[in-house]
Design a protein around this ligand. Structure first.
Ligand SMILES: Cc1cc2nc3c(=O)[nH]c(=O)nc-3n(C[C@H](O)[C@H](O)[C@H](O)COP(=O)(O)OP(=O)(O)OC[C@H]3O[C@@H](n4cnc5c(N)ncnc54)[C@H](O)[C@@H]3O)c2cc1C
Length: 390
């Protein structure tokens, strides 16, 4: 692995940083944790789109930039550092675009890719169900084919941003009479269709970013199918690797790391800056070392993709390490902030607008979404270490 960026990549990093500094000055966003999933601003996404930074790695013929995964990594590192709002184009760019590029028809590519690149359409991911999470292949939502298309019945759950999206990427069972992995297909479904009901769910941090989505005899055209009927499971496997291996797995809480480091420097305890307390210093140094290790694990995946190699257990490794680091960071920040750090937004004494405790609660989900740590450890054991499946 080459640890250096090219001069062009360094110049690109500067360009992204200048843009973000300028937008911060103009007040177009406030840095926050989880901004990639929780801060939804189509206006901001369109500013990024105008710069040509959505679909950086996608083919030029559909409006992409044809750049490398490492270029994208440089871009992502800066936007995540600044805690800029990315949620409006997140799912479309990270998962839907690559899926359509790999498996879509020419019509789907021509229709959706330019619209995603211009941040005109938003997507959510409808995979999990009440009885199918880690074991996604057990899903029960049915898509029954007839002469005019498919009829969908069933329920999805934990669907992030469904209430804000134009389309749902839906995984449904198209053949119940074959082994469960072999009867699944993928669809793009317009969320305005009759028969779709979206109910908000409140997470334990008080946020309402995910939902239940119900499908009651929803009729969709045949053109909604992505790729090959009943091959959905095998198509998803590649998509989940995209989902797992981004820098967001280690940088969701980056603004909190910056905030707690600044706090330790600025706050005095017994006449001395808090950062001179050996326990606080050790905690911050440890977090910084851990962050650098996690960052390299994710760089490795991007580097492999750039070399045309398919990452395997490496994505599971990076996601497990990164999401567990983020939880340690949230925990450690609460220790360093002390009692005031536990106050939620609304209290005049809350630090950083009550972000630390909200984040502490929200980061519980990091080791669940995109594959739980237990499942990913199984992947590392089987695919990485070659241990028996048990
Ligand atoms: C913040 C957040 C956002 C999400 N957004 C979305 C979204 O947009 N779209 C979507 O489709 N889903 C989304 N999800 C759902 C997520 O993908 C599932 O929660 C996850 O896959 C786990 O499934 P489950 O909740 O059904 O838990 P289960 O699969 O029931 O697991 C329960 C527990 O059992 C353990 N376990 C299960 N099987 C095994 C095994 N074989 N070996 C060892 N341990 C095991 C798990 O690790 C876990 O601790 C989101 C979840 C969160 C927290």
């Amino acid at each position: 692995m080459d640890f250096r960026f090219t001069e062009e990549q360094e110049r690109f990093r500067e360009e992204v940083r200048d843009f973000l500094e300028e937008e911060l000055r103009k007040g177009s966003f406030q840095p926050r944790e989880d901004a990639w999933t929780g801060a939804f601003s189509l206006e901001f996404s369109r500013k990024i789109a105008e710069k040509g930074w959505i679909g950086l790695t996608w083919p030029k013929e559909y409006g992409g930039q044809g750049r490398t995964y490492l270029d994208r990594l440089v871009f992502m590192e800066e936007v995540l550092k600044y805690g800029a709002p990315l949620a409006a184009h997140w799912m479309a760019e990270r998962q839907m675009g690559p899926s359509i590029i790999n498996y879509g028809t020419e019509e789907q590519k021509k229709y959706f890719l330019p619209r995603i690149i211009r941040a005109e359409v938003t997507f959510c991911a409808g995979m999990s169900e009440p009885g199918a999470g880690s074991d996604l292949a057990s899903l029960q939502t049915r898509a029954v084919e007839d002469d005019n298309g498919f009829v969908i019945n069933g329920q999805k759950v934990w669907t992030s941003r469904a209430h804000l999206s134009h389309y749902i990427y839906l995984v449904a069972r198209t053949d119940p009479n074959v082994p469960k992995h072999k009867g699944i297909s993928e669809f793009i479904v317009d969320l305005k269709l009759p028969g779709i009901t979206i109910n908000p769910l409140t997470d334990m941090s008080g946020g309402q970013h995910f939902n239940e989505v119900f499908f009651d005899n929803v009729r969709i055209p045949k053109t909604a199918l992505i790729g090959v009927r009943n091959r959905g499971w095998y198509q998803i496997a590649a998509q989940l690797d995209y989902e797992r291996s981004g820098l967001e797995r280690i940088m969701s809480n980056y603004p909190l790391l910056s905030a707690v480091t600044a706090y330790a420097k600025e706050t005095r305890k017994n006449g001395k800056p808090l950062s001179e307390d050996p326990l606080v210093r050790e905690k911050l140094a440890k977090l910084t070392v851990e962050f650098e290790v996690g960052r390299l694990l994710i760089y490795r995946v991007a580097w492999m993709l750039t070399q045309g190699k398919l990452p395997n257990y490496q994505t599971a490794l990076a996601k497990t390490y990164g999401s567990e680091f983020e939880q340690r960071l949230a925990n450690c920040a609460l220790d360093i902030f002390g009692l005031r750090g536990q106050l939620l937004a609304g209290s005049k004494w809350a630090l950083y607008g009550g972000r630390p405790p909200r984040n502490y609660l929200f980061s519980r989900g990091y080791t669940i979404q995109g594959g739980t740590s237990e499942i990913l450890r199984n992947v590392i054991a089987i695919r990485g270490l070659g241990l028996p499946t048990g």
